[in-house]
Design a protein around this ligand. Sequence first.
Ligand code: AMP
Ligand code: ZN
Length: 112
Amino acid sequence: MAGCIFCMIANGEIPSKIVYENDLVVAFDDLHPQAPVHTLVVPKAHYQDIADGVPAETMAAIFAAACEVARIKGINESGFRIISNKGADAGQTVPHFHVHVLGGRKMDEGLV
Ligand code: AMP
Ligand code: ZN
């Protein structure tokens, strides 16, 4: 979608630290990491958020890629957290569906 920052990252118009990529998704490091590992996984096609009719194949690819990111980053054994913000109350700031893969340190048991 024109003007969408994650679409521009996905098609290479904006540089990013790409961690993993396949036909459906791309994973790149978050610009403002909130953990030693903080990588975003996004579909290459534009969906506003997790509830925007994302096809099952793409949804599966997102979560498979998140696990691949964890293996690449070396946090599969120690553990990691996946978060997807949807809408204002969740604090979504970029309206292109993405999941955050967070790890590399012990996180609080509470989620919020
Ligand atoms: P959310 O608040 O869930 O919508 O997450 C958006 C995330 O995108 C934030 O963690 C930002 O730090 C991150 N972000 C914004 N712009 C960029 C960018 N150009 N490259 C990498 N991450 C970005
Ligand atoms: Zn987009």
